[in-house]
Design a protein around this ligand. Sequence first.
Ligand SMILES: *Cc1c(COP(=O)(O)O)cnc(C)c1O
Length: 381
Amino acid sequence: MPAPEPGGSRPVSIPIYQTSTFAFTDPAACAAALDDPGGGHAYSRYRNPTTQALEEAVAGLEGGAAAIATSSGMGAINAVLLGLLRPGDHIVAQRCLYGGTVAVFADLAARLQIGVSYISGRDESELRAAIRPESRLLYLETIANPTAAVSDLPALLAAGRGAGLTCVVDNTFATPVLCRPIEHGADIVVHSATKYLGGHDDVTLGIVVTATSDRYPRLWRYAVDLGVTADPFAAWLTIRGLKTLPLRMARHCDNARYLAEHLAEHPAVSAVHWPGLASHPDRQLASRLLAAPGGMLAFDLAGGRPAGMAFVAGLRVAAMAPSLGGAETLVLHPASTSHRQLSPGQLAAAGIAEGTIRVSAGLEHPQDLWADFEQALAGCA
Ligand SMILES: *Cc1c(COP(=O)(O)O)cnc(C)c1O
């Protein structure tokens, strides 16, 4: 936090400390700042006042003790996995995970013999059956991609903790506005702040939040040594995003509802996946666990792959792009883009049809959005 100005005033917006290093008069104070995660500022890869303001804000939002801002969501995930696991350890993870995370798990298995057992995320008996003597970590996502499957955090985290596993939850899709996994027993929460926390498609950043202060020093040291800590300008943009997070989440969820309800009535659409609809298998769980059903939805076009490709090409307001959680509505046809390597069988197992479209509902006027979807649907009938 910046020191007060002469006269006792202070900047209302956190300043950007665009400096890589800090000058000292006392060598002992410099050494202390480098060694101690609670110390002062010496070098911005270790700690920077702007980055620290973001860390304190997100730790507070998630109800955690401390946070580490990283250069991306994958930086956060790698710092946690590499910082906590040793060769021969075992992970239990939910089956439907972010693709980058699955790729890291595959690499850990190949190079460090860290095995992964995948479970559905709905059933704690499946988790109990997957746990081995060498199991160390339970890895879940609050809401999964692209079918908005909700994981039963209270039951799974209780079972994981009971078995002595470190429980990590990727809360990117829910944000602390919709769910605070630490309240349900998570030890560590990770985010791609590139998505909702930043919220404007203009920053790449990640966050690790630890529930208790005892886990923080090891993960902080690991992130510092790995070199994945965030830079101050990216942190500043994310702080700016956080100021409107609750307002944006409310609108994302309202727009998702508007689209989901209209899509469900449309003859070209064979199914809509959004946990606020009565037809979603996780509807009950979502209403217990989430403050609102989220801004991510998916739908299946009856016309399959050609219809999916025609739909995304026909949009004028919404854009086809990877990523999510920003002001603009973004859509993706997973079968031809994000999940293109999967065979038809693997696609089906992930709940993805040839004509599935993933939607990140933005902040536009809902009627403008639906008019755009309607004209694109007309073009793929
Ligand atoms: C995007 C994303 C990530 C990776 O974050 P980056 O900021 O792109 O590195 C991790 N988890 C989830 C759920 C994501 O959506």
